[in-house]
Design a protein around this ligand. Structure first.
Ligand code: GLN
Length: 313
């Protein structure tokens, strides 16, 4: 393995990636959540946080956006720490569905068990495993975990939350379906609400890079120095990101990037180079699978320039 790149090398790679990604065309804002369609499409930001806790950025890295599916990768840490990987695997699988992130068919084809924690079914089942006697207590546990990763007090984007709550009938259907098969561990309407709230958290590109850097740093936040996830749970979570982090186009991403990553339909993307750094990108237009087009281009450019592909010796 080569060393952690210097901050100068990282900044140059960020500037090059930013200039390149600006020229990349294509994609459309998510529109199935109406408020996401209203976000300016030309926003672009990239950030890196190293395992030393250094932050480097290009573009509007302090602009908040909805975390959406990226939240799944961090709530998973909380629940895996809570009940253990073995127990979690009896409730939620680990394999890619090959289907869109909100597929019902993937559930039906596998005896009602959610195939992995990064699709909507598995992520809602994961939320249903968070401890707490009522909605407030469960949310307090969830947000505490997110705040530890981001090292700040995150807030819910109320506009996105309302918009998504008014249009999430499909997710409500999935939750009831899992419940009918015995793969849901709390009341579906309450859990779908908490899941929707979690997806509506505002995050900036800089904050997202820090969240990823906790994984790069073996589960310890490199800025606060607090442990945010057990050491033993970092590898399985990153393995999961390698298999399903970019929905049903994760294979395309892995061929080009060779790093665990997670995207969200808000336009965010975070990738982890273990032992070195994490990088995040934000740009709202998405490819057909739901991944940021410019964000993927930007991070692939950095990975190439800094030689971060995990599978290169
Ligand atoms: N909240 C979104 C949903 O449930 C998250 C999906 C995503 O980012 N892929 O559809």
């Amino acid at each position: 393995m080569n060393d952690i790149p210097s901050n100068d090398q990282i900044q140059t790679a960020l500037d090059n990636a930013y200039a390149y990604a600006k020229t990349v065309q294509g994609g459309k804002n998510a529109s199935y959540i109406p408020a996401l369609a209203q976000v300016p499409s030309d926003l672009l930001a990239i950030a890196v946080v190293t395992v030393n806790g250094d932050l480097l950025t290009a573009g509007s890295a302090d602009t908040p956006f909805a975390i959406e599916s990226i939240s799944k990768a961090f709530n998973l840490a909380y629940v895996m720490d809570l009940i253990g990987m073995k127990q979690l695997r009896t409730k939620i699988g680990a394999d890619p569905t090959g289907e869109p992130f909100n597929s019902v068919m993937a559930i039906e084809l596998h005896g009602g068990k959610p195939l992995n924690p990064l699709v909507n079914a598995g992520a809602m089942a994961t939320v249903s495993l968070v401890n707490g006697s009522d909605s407030d207590e469960i949310w307090a546990n969830m947000i505490h975990n997110f705040n530890n990763f981001a090292n700040t007090a995150l807030t819910v984007n109320q506009e996105i939350y309302k918009s998504e709550s008014a249009t999430n009938q499909h997710n409500r259907g999935i939750a009831w379906l899992l419940d009918s098969y015995g793969y849901f561990y709390n009341t579906p309407p309450m859990i779908v609400d908490l899941y929707t709230r979690m997806c509506s958290l505002n995050i900036t590109t800089s904050q997202l890079a820090l969240m990823g850097a906790c994984y790069a740093n073996g589960g310890v936040n490199p800025v606060s120095k607090k442990r945010v996830v057990k050491d033993e749970n970092v590898p399985p979570i990153l393995a999961e990101l390698c298999m399903s982090g970019l929905y049903n186009s994760t294979g395309d991403w892995m061929y080009k990037a060779g790093l665990p990553a997670k995207s969200g339909v808000g336009g965010g993307l975070v990738a982890v180079a273990p032992g070195k750094l994490a990088m995040a990108a934000y740009s709202p237009p998405l490819d057909p699978a739901g991944n940021t087009v410019k964000g993927q281009a930007a991070l692939q450019s950095i990975i190439k320039e800094l030689n971060l592909n995990l599978f290169r010796s």
